[in-house]
Design a protein around this ligand. Structure first.
Ligand SMILES: Cc1cc2nc3c(=O)[nH]c(=O)nc-3n(C[C@H](O)[C@H](O)[C@H](O)COP(=O)(O)OP(=O)(O)OC[C@H]3O[C@@H](n4cnc5c(N)ncnc54)[C@H](O)[C@@H]3O)c2cc1C
Length: 392
């Protein structure tokens, strides 16, 4: 209904989380408005690695299989091998029948937003959400427009504006800051590297509580380093430069290096307030060991949308419906995400403490003993629970 200011659902942010929710809800026939401060296609700093569980979600939600995604250039590279290094020492290199897929966010996010628009969601670009009025269930944008909705989904990323309207007891600020990470990245032309690299490399020990990566795309590679802010202070940039020096690509000018925060264990247990539900990075939903966030952005959006649709079917009054939807969303998160996050967090703490003591030999022994289990876990075929016995 163009021109209307009343919707069933308003979604702040059109990243993977916002567009996934927008698509599901508009497909179900709801009046949906997506608002993003950027104009699409837009860049988002990211290494663009997606795993089997994301591809499965793209099939389940959007009906897009890998063949279509390759054809549409949404998946632009895939690799059936990975290597893990401890500094510049190769620890393990394995072939896998579970491919890692690579996307460019410029294309991927635009593709998802077009899907949401195609399903009937209205989209406002280039105008950010600025204010939330709890009494009226309305939001105001930077340009001064006001819109109301029964439900509001905050999908506006790690620096979420919607999260600022949550009471302090729902956001433990100290815990949030302690588990916030920063990633630094550069793009590298394939021609700049002496050897051809067609699979992902993960390198440990350049940073504390984090790692470095070199991921392939069709036309270029992405080198990055990310780690917890509190464990690395100002050393992240020098750690990244040390990692880059092993790639032998010559002088890297500071302007080429881009940085952006990402959630790394600071997921919110109660990402709901009034009729607002937070999804994706806004709620801190990323894998606490690897920082993988695209899947969790889309999965949490799917769960929030399911909660809305389940409750709307019951035909409840607005206030009751908001409370019931919040409960339903948390129940789904508990069932589908929180247990995994808890075990991934324990695994992370175990791994980074352990490495600090025993270095590369420990990593090699661990990877040999675990075999294909870590990769199956990353792809969603196995739970992080298999690390439980290492807790004590
Ligand atoms: C360096 C780096 C590398 C990464 N690599 C990977 C990887 O390889 N694989 C992986 O799975 N994850 C990776 N991640 C994490 C991943 O990028 C995020 O988890 C993912 O983008 C989260 O999606 P989202 O939709 O929640 O938020 P975003 O993608 O951040 O989208 C949020 C959207 O909200 C909009 N917005 C912001 N404020 C407002 C506002 N006030 N009003 C309206 N709109 C607003 C923004 O313009 C943006 O479009 C990486 C992150 C970093 C920093």
């Amino acid at each position: 209904m163009p021109g209307s200011t009343e919707y069933d659902v308003i979604i702040a942010g059109a990243g993977p989380a916002g567009s996934t929710a927008g698509y599901i809800l508009a497909e179900a026939g709801l009046r949906v408005l997506i608002i993003d401060k950027s104009t699409f296609p837009r860049e988002k700093l990211c290494a663009g690695c997606i795993t089997a569980k994301t591809v499965k979600l793209l099939q389940r939600v959007f009906g897009e299989g890998t063949a279509d995604l390759r054809k549409g250039n949404i998946i632009n590279f895939e690799a059936r091998r990975y290597e893990i290094f401890y500094r510049d020492k190769l620890i393990i290199g394995r072939d896998t029948n579970l491919p890692f897929y690579f996307v460019e966010r410029y294309t991927y996010d635009d593709f998802l937003l077009k899907k949401a628009r195609g399903a009937g969601a209205e989209v406002i670009e280039g105008d950010g959400v600025e204010y939330f009025d709890a009494d009226r269930n309305s939001i105001r944008t930077s340009s001064g427009r006001t819109f109301t909705a029964r439900f509001i989904i905050g999908a506006d990323g790690i620096n979420s504006v919607m999260r600022r309207f949550f009471p302090e007891d729902k956001i433990n600020k100290r815990h949030w800051q302690e588990n916030l990470a920063t990633g630094l990245e550069i793009f590298i032309d394939r021609s700049a590297l002496k050897e051809e690299i067609n699979h992902p490399l993960l390198c440990f020990d350049y940073v504390n509580y984090g790692y470095s990566w070199l991921f392939p795309n069709r036309d270029r590679l992405i080198a990055g380093t990310g780690g917890l802010n509190v464990k690395n202070r100002r050393q992240l940039l020098s750690a990244f430069r040390k990692f880059l020096s092993t790639l032998d690509i010559g002088e890297v000018r500071p302007r080429r290096i881009k940085g952006y925060p990402f959630p790394y264990g600071n997921f919110l247990r109660e990402p709901v307030h009034g009729n607002i539900m937070l999804v994706g990075d806004a709620a801190g939903f990323a894998d606490p060991l690897l920082g993988e966030g695209i899947f969790y952005a889309q999965r949490s959006a799917e769960l929030a949308s399911t909660a809305i649709l389940n409750v709307m079917k019951k035909g409840m009054k607005a206030g009751d419906a908001a409370a019931e939807t919040a409960r339903e969303y948390i129940r789904l998160l508990q069932h589908c995400l929180y247990t995994e996050f808890d075990y991934a967090l324990k695994t992370r703490n175990f791994i980074f403490n352990y490495f600090n003591k025993f270095n590369s030999l420990a990593l090699k022994m661990l990877m040999t003993v675990l075999g294909s289990r870590p990769v199956e876990t990353i792809h969603g075929l196995r739970s992080y629970r298999w690390m439980k016995k290492h807790e004590s």
